[in-house]
Ligand binder design. Sequence first.
Ligand code: CTP
Length: 418
Amino acid sequence: MAHPADSEAEHQNTVLVIVGGSMAAVKAPSVLRRLRGGGVKVNVIATRAALAFITELSLSTAADGPVGTDEAWFSPRPDALHLTLAKADAAVIVGASAELLAGAAHGHASDLAQATLLSVPGPVLWVPAMNAAMWRNPAVQANVQRLREWGHHFLGPEVGAFGTRGEGAGIGRMAGPEDIAAAALKLLEPALPPESEGRDLEGLKVVVSAGPTREYLDPVRFISNPSSGKMGFAVAQDARDRGAEVVLVTGPVNLPGPPGMAVVRIGSALELRDAVIQAAHDADIVVMTAAVADYRAAEPAGEKQAKVAGDVSIHLTPNPDILAELGRDRGGRVLVGFAMETHAGVERAAAKAARKNADFILLNYPTQAGTAFGGDDNQVTLVRADGSHEDWPRTSKRVVARRLLDEALRVHVQRTAG
Ligand code: CTP
């Protein structure tokens, strides 16, 4: 089946990385490696000032290709180097100096970096690094303001110590390589198709569970977890936008029920089980993002329990495993689970997929900042029962949702064809 994702796969995105003259230039190779690890091609320019802090060789090794320099620009060559390097889907300026900001804010083209920036068609991300006093200077702030008004993006600078002699303290430290690469990759995210297009789930029923469950010990106390529900809501919304009939079964979360779908609000794992099993009997795809409490109180108290002197213990009993129950009688349905692991992630997730008879599990890492619990981004690995797996780059939960449904649809098409 033709699918919008197919055409995206053919185009390899290119990011132009301009390295500015700052101590932070030494972090540029790490940014380059992370971008390439995220599946993009990089074009690199080092300003004259950058080359005082880092060698061309370190940059070209990390970039796996030549580095654009003023020397190369002014040498005889068959192409206009600034136009060749500007063929990029986005630009990121690592270690952006006051000089680079001023040049861009005033349309200067006196070196390769500035001339290329004037020609880049895609979004531009500035990652400044400079002394706190310079950053606060009104001239610098006016240039930043001007660039923001033109739609340029900024990451940082951050507050913290920097520089070799402790001369830098306060605001001015550059963001870390991981955050820079993640922000640059985010600029490349495809716009989601408008509602009238890409209705490739038309005629299918998708059931999604989201959020935590609450297992009450007494009327006012419960066992739960910090799941925000964002991942499941993103899956439900994407399925709806692609034309599916959607049932979203959610535990207590701080999100409004999205329009255009049936929203069932539940509290405990037992309630979640009943609602999911009922909705799933005629479903084509079931996605379990819910963070189900594994145990509930064996005998919840009918009245609020007053404290007693000394230790107390609570008798817990296991909750039913909903995904495993669906898997025991999978039929033609595509079953997708999520798993959080802190160690041996792929092996444990593959074993989980096999045990629960899920088609695949998206594995995420609770220890990563900005992802998983509560964050807007997620970094997941798709793991199948046979152990085959794919690392997906860190991206928004919306895009993870879309890729998840792309994969679920592929499995559905294969299963119904075969
Ligand atoms: N799940 C479920 N019912 C449960 C527990 C989990 O349907 N009672 C689903 C989750 O929604 C998720 C997947 O199973 O999609 C994996 O959940 P996880 O808690 O990691 O699995 P467990 O079997 O509880 O594994 P562990 O032993 O690591 O806790």
